[in-house]
Ligand binder design. Structure first.
Ligand SMILES: [Zn+2]
Length: 297
């Protein structure tokens, strides 16, 4: 095989690696965790992409004409390294653990969602924090996150899917039963419109069936829609929540709603970490914090 074909293949592979990293960082694409679980390796991928391109340039190009790709490549590499490390750093489990330590301060009162809807225990002298987890893809990552909450003595509300692409609901049953007995709140992360491919009548019926199925395992008081191209939340106004004795997490009147949806780079969005936003909350405020464990490493 001609040498130039090998160079071409190496260059193509490195360009793909670079583009993958670049688009992930820029568009904050969820495939970064869904397909490859690669987030911690982004800096390494960027460097491999760089070395491959430079090696090919030196071997392939004449004289000193490889200097230009070398300089340009170095610039891009440093930029992507900086952005990827900054992005990943925001999602370290250590950051979450430190945040929970902060929440253990006397000025906060951390509760589960049914405290808001059923017990109505809003403390006017404290910042009322409700942590919600949408368990979308990885039970493994969720378990790590929830273990930190157990360590810190923090209780949260956990929205569980019945049709995740990555975990089986049946396998999650022992965990959710245990969490429920430990004082965590389990909620229904519904996706009935996606399940019925947009058929609203069927979706309403399926909602009641799945809710009943979940209630045979643990008490369910709260629901939240799973984000999908079928926009599952659109079914909510058509469902008689009162009749089903259920509340939607979206009906909380929050003074502040902090979310990591999409796994965006916090610094790029706020200029500081998401959790720093909480500093703006006042006594008596209701703050809902949505965390997707899939992003946390
Ligand atoms: Zn979801």
């Amino acid at each position: 095989m001609d040498a130039w074909i090998i160079y071409l293949v190496i260059i193509c592979i490195s360009v793909v690696l670079w583009l993958f990293t670049f688009i992930s960082i820029w568009r904050m694409k969820r495939y970064a965790t869904i397909l490859f679980d690669l987030l911690p390796f982004y800096p390494i991928i960027v460097v491999i992409g760089y070395i491959a391109i430079i090696t090919c340039s030196i071997l392939w190009l004449d004289n000193l004409s490889w200097i230009l790709p070398l300089i340009f490549g170095m610039f891009l590499t440093v930029l992507m390294l900086y952005l990827s490390v900054r992005w990943i750093n925001g999602y370290r489990l250590k950051v979450y653990a430190d945040f929970l330590d902060r929440l253990n301060d006397d000025k906060y009162s951390v509760k589960v969602l049914s405290d808001y809807f059923v017990q109505k225990t809003i403390d006017p002298d404290k910042i009322n924090v409700f942590i919600r987890h949408d368990v979308d893809l990885f039970l493994r990552r969720f378990s790590k996150l929830i273990n930190i909450e157990k360590e810190k003595g923090i209780k949260s509300s956990i929205m569980i899917r019945l049709h995740s692409e990555k975990y089986s609901f049946e396998k999650a049953i022992p965990l959710i039963k245990q969490l429920s007995t430990e004082g965590y709140e389990i909620g229904y992360h519904y996706e009935v419109l996606a399940q019925t491919k947009g058929n609203k009548e069927k979706a309403i019926q399926l909602f009641a069936e799945e809710l009943a199925e979940l209630r045979e395992i643990v008490p369910i008081t709260v629901i939240a829609a799973h984000g999908d191209k079928y926009k599952n939340r659109e079914i909510r106004p058509l469902i008689n929540l009162k009749e089903l004795n259920i509340y939607s997490a979206y009906d909380i009147k929050s003074d502040m709603y902090l979310s990591d949806s999409g796994g965006y780079d916090f610094i790029r969005r706020f200029g500081h970490h998401l959790f720093e936003e909480l500093e703006k909350a006042k006594k008596g405020d209701v703050v809902q914090i949505l965390i997707h464990a899939d992003w946390w490493l």
